[in-house]
Design a protein around this ligand. Structure first.
Ligand SMILES: [Fe+2]
Length: 228
């Protein structure tokens, strides 16, 4: 069973900063044909990708910084490293046909929506997951993260411009069952009242939070792939 997650990643200020950077990239030379980075069949995609190195670097920094501070994102992906990234722009008539992302890019794919939803028509991200199609069109600053390797596409944009930031993450735990166990344990909520001094080791060992932390750590030591 595959799962995907929708997360609010960028606050209003950050999304405005990203949109300002995108607005500054008006020259044709700021963009390249999306097919330049695609190894599959010609015509699979019809879009452009941000080439301006300064703008791309700043946008990447904003998004990856937000990710590293987002507990929900980290508990879902357990990131070992962030790999490639692309800012793409899909204008009227543009699309990205059904495809899968290359295995080497990572374990999770993330699409961050950057445009106001009513500024373009069409352009839904469609994921084929667990035998059904999920069509997503999110507010700017929201992302969807899903397992790399599931079929997906971007439906044709019928008006306006759709901007998105796409990147990939390699996960420390690659076994999906162990990953589910990890997420389950990390999702347990505790009473946040600070604990008092424990008179004995025994008290500490029997503390429920300690037991769960200990189990999470043992899972990580046994199954975590920390080295690149
Ligand atoms: Fe893709």
């Amino acid at each position: 069973m595959y799962t995907f997650k929708i997360i609010k990643l960028l606050d209003e200020n950050k999304i405005k900063e990203v949109q300002r950077l995108l607005d500054s990239c008006k020259r044709p030379s700021d963009w390249v044909n999306g097919n330049d980075t695609f190894k599959g069949a010609e015509g699979t995609k019809s879009n452009v990708e941000l080439y301006n190195p300064m703008a791309l670097k700043k946008i990447r920094e904003i998004v990856i910084n937000a990710c590293s501070k987002c507990e929900e994102y980290n508990n879902f992906t357990i990131p070992k490293s962030y790999t490639g990234c692309i800012v793409n722009k899909t204008s009227e008539g543009g699309y990205y046909n059904t495809h899968i992302d290359c295995a080497e890019v990572g374990d999770f794919s993330t699409t961050v929506f950057l445009s106001e939803k009513d500024s373009y028509e069409g352009g839904e991200l469609s994921l084929f997951i667990n035998g059904r199609e999920e069509n997503l069109k999110l507010n700017p600053g929201y992302c969807v993260v899903y397992p790399t390797g599931i079929p997906h596409r971007v439906k044709k944009v019928t008006s306006g411009d759709r901007y998105a930031f796409v990147f990939w993450v390699k996960c420390i735990i690659r076994d999906s069952t162990i990953l589910d166990c990890y997420r389950e344990l990390k999702s347990i909520k505790f009473d946040e009242t600070p604990i008092e001094y424990q008179e004995t080791m025994e008290e500490g060992l029997n503390d429920i939070k300690f037991k769960i932390d200990n189990t999470v750590n043992r899972l990580m030591r046994r199954f975590g792939e920390f080295a690149d």
